[in-house]
Design a protein around this ligand. Structure first.
Ligand code: DGL
Length: 276
């Protein structure tokens, strides 16, 4: 039997499935292993150290499953844990393995979408407080003005299947109004949380007409393709049998009933117990 070395895709819950969906579209030949840490989601309101500890534990689980490359398809984990894992843990644990996030690929291109030079970042409290987006965008597009808005209710609305219900309107409108009050020049909105693509119809409805709304899935998938082309030694270690497996730290019944909404096709998950 040939060994499978899938690409690991991680999120605190279901949101990363919106990214995996695009990866599978762009790079269908690879094997993928998805882990949603649903039992401990949401990560957004948790401290730096807690998000780091949880994420590291999940990354170690991916490595134990044979993954050579893990994508943190979660902005909160990318903002609060990625740098420490890349700089401190990987060199000691597995210098040959790679962990990548979703912030860098997005900030590398965001400036190309804005004509006014003002962009809005919508994310979890954790992502916004980390200042990761303003810092990274300044490296690639120093003249771009960045306005952030934390939307702490949006992940719970999505995780609890309320994303398309009328009750969600209040919270969508509230945060968009706050953001645009700070700058009417914003012409590009980034959904800097992988859960938010499910809210896109409502965001479009309440954002000023003509606003460009960016989801990360396609951007991250394009960037992964480019990365694998530029790093054949990593790409050659990832097996290509087109297999996908899904794991959750919580109930598989709940995961399967929600996950298809994010992934766009039925999902049959397996449970994994991570020590708490
Ligand atoms: N999907 C995660 C992100 O992109 C956040 C969800 C959470 O708060 O756990 O930030």
């Amino acid at each position: 039997m040939t060994e499978t070395k899938p690409i690991g895709v991680f999120d605190s819950g279901y949101g990363g499935l919106t990214v995996l969906k695009e990866m599978v579209k762009t790079l269908p030949q690879y094997d993928y292993l998805y882990l949603g840490d649903n039992a401990r989601a949401p990560y957004g309101p948790r401290s730096f150290d807690t998000v780091y500890q949880y994420t590291l534990q999940c990354v170690q689980w991916f490595f134990a499953q044979g993954c050579e490359l893990v994508i943190l398809a979660c902005n909160t984990a990318s903002a609060k844990a990625l740098r420490t894992i890349q700089q401190n843990d990987l060199p000691l644990m597995h210098p040959d393995k790679r962990v990548l996030g979703v912030i860098r690929p997005t900030t590398e291109v965001i400036g190309e979408y804005s004509k006014t030079g003002s962009v809005g970042i919508l994310g979890t409290t954790g992502t916004v407080v980390s200042e990761s987006y303003p810092i990274e965008i300044a490296r690639f597009f120093p003249s771009i003005k960045v306005f952030q808005e934390a939307c702490p209710m949006w992940v719970p609305l999505v995780e609890n299947n309320e994303y398309d219900k009328p009750g969600a309107d209040y919270f969508i409108q509230q945060h968009l109004q706050q953001l645009f009050k700070r700058s009417a020049d914003i012409d590009t909105l980034l959904l800097a949380c992988t859960h938010y693509p499910l809210l896109i119809n409502k965001i479009k409805r309440f954002a000023p007409a003509g606003t460009t709304i960016l989801s990360q899935g396609e951007i991250v998938a394009r960037s992964l393709k480019d990365y694998l082309e530029r790093h054949p030694h990593i790409a050659n270690h990832c097996t290509q049998k087109g297999e996908r497996r899904f794991f959750t730290t919580d109930s598989v019944t709940d995961f399967d009933s929600h996950a298809s909404i994010f992934f766009g096709e039925p999902v049959a998950s397996e449970h994994v117990e991570l020590s708490r």
